[in-house]
Ligand binder design. Structure first.
Ligand code: PLP
Length: 283
């Protein structure tokens, strides 16, 4: 399947093999990425994604290849060349290509990649039915606030979930706290309050997480940002994950334990409506 590809300042397609084997993104996972959604060719929450990319690149000392205006121009040109209206854009910036050595040379030119791809977002039935999750230890590196391509631990957790007949793995810290999903953020509702992990290096600051926290507060739903203890998973009213591709997705089952007889929770549904509304009518 061929997609429109932006590579280091020019447009081509994913049929072209563009990357060098000594690109540090390939050899060291030395790169930062973003995924955002577009609907009717309109990118969703794109400024928020750009700013997270900027923060992540700063944190790992890779130069930012765009300012916000030139990023928006690249995205616009990419979507103009794209044959479909709805999908995702994948963006990756690596430190660049250099003879393999852990020490990177100064003044490397970052490798910049972006492509658009069709994506099947969850339909109304799936949004009502929700997903199954398993819990598993969190083995990723420490700077989880950086959307790094070091995703092997997450890919393994996700595969473990799939083999168990589940959709997502919820990652547990060594201190028995509940962190985030392998590719999502995690929320519970208890006594009509939302609880989700504090923004720190243990989780990715999800763009949808932030939007949902703001929407909840505007709807007068209290939000507690704190690490949830694993034991609290046995005493909750509702649970859901958030991510760019899944939006607000109810959790129907944790480690084989069915929640609420498989019925979607009221607050989860309200937040789904509010978030879908935000995507349909952005600020
Ligand atoms: N946490 C991790 C580890 C992720 O990989 C993702 C998305 O891929 C998220 C959280 C959700 O982030 P966002 O809402 O920005 O898609």
């Amino acid at each position: 399947m061929s997609d429109v590809l932006y590579f280091n300042g020019r447009f081509t397609t994913t049929d072209e093999r563009v990357l060098g084997v000594e690109d540090r993104g390939f050899q060291f996972g030395d790169s930062v990425y973003e995924v955002f959604k577009f609907l009717g060719k309109r990118p969703i929450l794109v400024r928020e994604h750009f700013h997270r990319l900027e923060r992540g690149l700063n944190r790992v000392e890779i130069p930012l290849p765009w300012d916000e205006a030139s990023f928006q121009t690249t995205v616009r040109e990419l979507l103009e060349r794209t044959a479909f209206d709805d999908g995702i854009v994948y963006v990756q910036v690596s430190r660049g290509e250099a003879e393999r050595a852990h020490f990177w040379p100064d003044n490397l030119k970052p490798t910049v990649v972006a492509y658009s791809r069709a994506f099947k977002f969850p339909d109304a039935a799936k949004k009502e039915r929700g997903i199954r999750v398993i819990t598993t230890p969190h083995h990723r590196w420490h700077y989880c606030s950086v959307k790094s391509t070091n995703l092997l631990a997450n890919a393994m957790a996700k595969k473990q979930a799939q083999r168990a007949g589940a959709d997502e793995a919820i990652l547990l810290g060594e201190d028995n706290t509940v962190r985030e999903g392998a590719s999502s953020n995690f929320f519970v509702v208890k006594n009509r309050r939302l609880v989700t992990h504090t923004l720190d290096d243990c989780i990715l600051p999800g763009v949808v997480r932030d939007a949902v926290v703001d929407l909840a507060l505007s709807a007068k739903i209290p939000v507690e940002e704190r690490p949830l203890r694993e034991a609290e998973l046995f005493d909750l009213d509702e649970a859901f994950i958030t991510s760019t591709t899944q939006g607000v997705m109810p959790i129907a089952e944790i480690d084989g334990r069915v929640l609420r007889n498989g019925r979607r929770g009221e607050i989860t549904m309200r937040l789904q409506e509010l978030f879908d509304g935000l995507e349909a009518n952005p600020k």
